[in-house]
Design a protein around this ligand. Structure first.
Ligand code: 5GP
Length: 111
């Protein structure tokens, strides 16, 4: 079981921003920006974006809309949305998650 499943199950605590039947959003424990939260699906079916199927289309849309609504709620006009897909690009938790980061300037391209 991943650490995110334990957060979904409330087996370990997290600073939760939002929750509904399909997703959960919580602040990252090791923030890389003044505001850094994660939006995750409650299902464990998708370990990374590569595993998503056409049937997940509505869920993925829901995660994106939730991410931008929460960014707005946090007062962010500009923000960065990141999905790390695979170990080679830094994914460490194998339960799909969208990073939302803001509150500072960012450079492009990311490292
Ligand atoms: P990844 O590197 O897989 O894209 O992102 C995983 C993120 O989850 C990291 O930014 C890491 O700080 C965060 N994270 C890992 N364990 C926990 C935890 O127990 N609680 C919270 N809130 N965030 C975590």
């Amino acid at each position: 079981m991943t650490i995110f499943k334990k957060i979904i199950n409330k087996e370990i605590p997290a600073n939760i921003l939002y929750e509904d039947d399909f997703c959960l959003a919580f602040h990252d424990i090791n923030p890389k920006a003044p505001i850094h939260f994660l939006v995750i699906p409650k299902t464990t079916e998708i370990d990374k974006l590569s595993s998503a199927k056409k049937e997940h289309k509505d869920l993925l849309g829901h995660l994106m809309i939730t991410a931008k609504e929460l960014a707005e709620k946090e007062g962010l006009k500009d923000f960065r949305v990141v999905i790390n897909n695979g170990e080679g690009v830094g994914q460490t938790v194998f339960h799909l998650h969208i990073h939302v980061l803001g509150g500072r300037d960012f450079t492009w391209p990311p490292g």
